[in-house]
Design a protein around this ligand. Sequence first.
Ligand SMILES: O=C(O)C1=C[C@@H](OP(=O)(O)O)[C@@H](O)[C@H](O)C1
Ligand SMILES: C=C(OP(=O)(O)O)C(=O)O
Length: 412
Amino acid sequence: MKYQISANTKNISGKINLPASKSISNRVLIISSLCFSPYPIKNLSDSDDTKVLFSALHSNKSTFDIGHAGTAMRFLTAFLAKIVGEWEVTGSERMKQRPIKILVDALNQLGAKIEYLENEDCPPLRIYGSHLKGQTLVLDGSISSQYISALLMIAPTVENGLTLKLTGDITSGSYIELTLRLMQKFGIQYQWEENEISVPEQNYFPMEFTVEADWSGASYWYQILALAEKGEVFLENLQLESLQGDANIAVWFEQFGVFSTQKENGVLLSKTENTQPAKLELDFIENPDVAQTMACLCVAKQIPFHFTGLKTLKIKETDRIFALQNELAKFGARLTEPKHGELAWNGIIDPTLTEKTPEIKTYHDHRMALAFAPMAIVGFTFKIENPMVVTKSYPNFWNDLKTIGFEITEKE
Ligand SMILES: O=C(O)C1=C[C@@H](OP(=O)(O)O)[C@@H](O)[C@H](O)C1
Ligand SMILES: C=C(OP(=O)(O)O)C(=O)O
């Protein structure tokens, strides 16, 4: 199934009920399961990635299929490693290619026994969970922060706690900070100095928790306003003072004339002046999930760019560097990869590449659909293949777009 997308609107006006943060939801679900008594969670995300973790944590089975959900895979692996029993965790074909060795090695050092069932270093896994004994672990922090978050969340419940010494350039550090700040809200004390994080053995303190709106999901609304001539969008439940690292983008978008004001129940985005940078240079080391948003924005506005900090994009839901290069070429943009972890464009549209009605492939990646759809605002009409990939993080996305005047029709 495909959607054909167009948008005959330059002046945007809307009120959007954003999805709740899946990163926060998945952390509070794990923490709740680690508490002596579970606590009520309000505004839990309705994304596939959260639903799948919720089901696994509330099931009486011993085999779990977590689909495409990276955080669910990594967080559940660490959680099950300390629950006495024999467990199996698998996922989508792509999940079977996403590495997990760093986490498996760490958990095995703590006393778990985890085996690979198909390919070395990747899911599916058989986990023999047992009582874990803490120690100092040395871990490569440059591949995925999710391994580190997974270990940190179980750390207070491991005998003697845990100390993690991180080597390499730490990637997605904002997500490690999110983990620690959430743990702190549930009563946990920790120390983080330079590349060393220590969490003593202690109890989580259960308390009612309300999940904030998702900042990565908000990025598509910032992108829409940046592409529009003017307008106002109210994003419900969003907080400028946020636990999420992607809240950074509020500042990034000011150079596109999009300004953010905190109101009682959310953030008001407004665009009154049509400005844009001559060239965009950004480092995504703390914000990998908004790289597609910014690349699509720049191509739609013909802004040359040089992005760095993108090494992890190759091991996400798809190889996002490859996917962006392939699909943005259909709009005439020839993106280059100057170095591993970089993406650049000279701002020149090559008419020999341009397709009249491009068909955008989504590669099982929600962010391909989410980031390309806003490009309709500048007048493109295109199709998006397998548009329901958005349910991984933002199930109501297509309905939300319709409320601001997008035309979305189903095609074979
Ligand atoms: O911990 C988290 O909630 C996440 C961490 C990031 O992954 P990496 O640490 O693998 O970059 C991010 O891309 C992902 O969407 C969510
Ligand atoms: C990378 C992502 O998710 P995950 O790694 O949890 O599958 C994402 O949501 O963009």
